[in-house]
Write a protein that binds this ligand. Sequence first.
Ligand code: 5GP
Length: 206
Amino acid sequence: MTKRGMLIVLSGPSGVGKGTVRKAIFDQNNNDFQYSISMTTRQPRPGEVDGVDYFFVSKEEFEERIQTGGMLEYAKYVDNYYGTPLKYVNETLDSGKDVFLEIEVNGAMQVRAKSPDGVFVFLTPPDLMELKQRLIHRGTDAMDVINKRVATAVGEIKMMQNYDYAVVNDEVNNAVEKIKTIIRSERLRVTRVMPDYLGMLGEMNS
Ligand code: 5GP
């Protein structure tokens, strides 16, 4: 029987650069994991191609998919739906290949609830600790605005505790290498390797 693939989820606060890091990973052609193309109701940006960057669909089509259980997860983000079509993920995992998702935090938590054995990576901004000081020193925002910004940032960073790994996005290539190292290490986890040996032990004993 083929061993089921591993699900890898890259997520993190808005604006941290998830899309840039994901593109940099898949610009390298030596990956042994598959990108799951998301579905969205937002309009394509110039240069974006249907079926490559996203599956661009209408609101009606997306809602129909939700109703019929066709999405692994979905979220509304800035008035548009974003989600992961379930069929591709299941078929790819069943064929033994690993699947990579790049999604926002609410969707990631839905996946965590459904697939706790996935690998959850939180991409985090490098300069949060300095944020308040920088905002104060800059002197352009009122203190209540500064506090709101810091509170939002802190709230987003607290989501980190729901993940397995935190990768600081200080420099795209560094982040890419760290994420690839995580994937390589996770494949070597005893809980992922052991089932192969249990099968072999069973055969030897029979
Ligand atoms: P953008 O419109 O800039 O391409 O994406 C907006 C946000 O949606 C980003 O944070 C991106 O990670 C997130 N996103 C992209 N695809 C999915 C998806 O399939 N599910 C969820 N939950 N979020 C997604």
